[in-house]
Design a protein around this ligand. Structure first.
Ligand SMILES: C[S@@+](CC[C@H](N)C(=O)[O-])C[C@H]1O[C@@H](n2cnc3c(N)ncnc32)[C@H](O)[C@@H]1O
Length: 317
């Protein structure tokens, strides 16, 4: 295989243009050069970004204590499914504090070697056993699905496509006539994630009884649609030249929790929690788990990440 650019150009020559969600999918998940699935990311914390479990085991400890209480309250077996566990830091902390009977690690990329035989690696929810009882957890999963970019200009909606111009990738706007959960405001952009419906259908098909809990950045439909919430990061920095660094650039956008909550309810879950991550961490006693030396991480988790991130949880069965 040639370079990521060659691959994209050959697809563009065949198709003329590709919708932005296809560009995101290839950029993040192409088996050879995808940002997540290629060889770029090693498994050390904070390579290009710090997620909460990479920042500190405190996050995992608080999540574990919440899960432990829920397992007792609902008389669930100690079975954990983590979706999109990435470098495995949350898995490490949850396994340490919960000592689960099973830990299914549902990921597109291979789990780190040091998790050893403690996790069962599955590539998709469909590989889970049926009639499952337990807890399904994820951190920063939904922001990593492919998404369309729909923007509003002069009162009209447009969709971003990627095209070829003189041997380079470029963007082209085409009128958008589909349905949206939320319309962007004038001059703003709505990230329309693809694959969330299928995810919840698969989840509902597997989890007979249990809890689903997810953490991510984002807000209500209105909040997400009132800015340009699409972002591209390379080596930890926000970049604008995302068309030039395919495979080296993380593409992401804020999560529309109004839509996510609707999908969770539609999949038969009763919502038990939706709040800022900071409130969740405080209510579940983060200060009890932290040593004085961990105060800086507590502050980052509560103040910086805590306000931008939300937690959503639902019960089924
Ligand atoms: C932003 S990273 C978060 C990693 C980790 N949860 C953390 O907090 O450090 C998103 C991860 O989700 C994985 N992912 C995305 N879509 C997925 C899907 N449909 N099923 C399983 N994993 C997925 C990606 O491979 C990537 O490792």
């Amino acid at each position: 295989m040639g370079s990521p650019l060659d691959f994209l150009l050959s697809e563009l020559r065949e198709r003329g243009a590709i919708p932005f969600d296809r560009f995101v999918y290839l950029s993040l998940y192409h088996p050879e050069f995808g940002y997540y699935t290629g060889k770029r990311l090693l498994n050390s914390p904070g390579e290009d970004f710090f997620t909460a479990p990479e920042l500190s085991p405190l996050f995992g400890r608080v999540v574990a204590s919440f899960i432990k209480r829920k397992i007792e309250e609902l008389s669930l077996p100690p079975v954990i499914v983590e979706v999109g566990g990435g470098k495995g830091f949350l898995a490490k902390d949850l396994i340490e504090y919960l000592n689960p009977r099973e830990y299914y690690f549902v990921e597109r990329r291979k789990p780190p070697w040091w998790l050893g035989g403690k996790v069962k690696w599955l590539r998709g929810l469909e590989e889970l056993p049926g009639s499952l009882e337990g807890v399904v957890v994820s951190n920063e999963l939904f922001d990593a699905f492919p998404f369309k970019r729909i923007l509003k200009m002069g009162g009209e909606l447009y969709e971003v496509f990627v095209v070829e111009r003189e041997g380079r990738l470029a963007e082209e706007l085409r009128p958008f006539r589909g349905e949206l959960p939320c319309e962007p405001e004038e001059g703003c952009e709505y990230p329309f994630f693809i694959g969330w419906e299928e995810f919840f259908r698969a989840l509902a098909g597997k989890l007979r009884r249990g809890l689903f809990i997810t953490f991510d950045y984002g807000g209500s439909c209105r909040e997400v649609a009132s800015k340009r919430s699409f972002r591209a990061y390379r080596e930890g920095r926000l970049v604008d030249d995302y068309l030039d660094g395919v495979g080296e650039t993380d593409l992401t956008a804020d999560v529309d929790f109004t839509r996510l909550r609707g999908l969770l309810a539609g999949a038969g879950f009763e919502e038990v929690l939706y709040k800022p991550q900071s409130s969740f961490l405080l209510e579940n006693g983060i200060e009890r788990f932290a040593s004085p030396a961990e105060l800086p991480q507590v502050l980052t988790l509560l103040v910086d990440m805590g306000r931008r991130f939300k937690v959503l949880a639902g019960q089924v069965g």
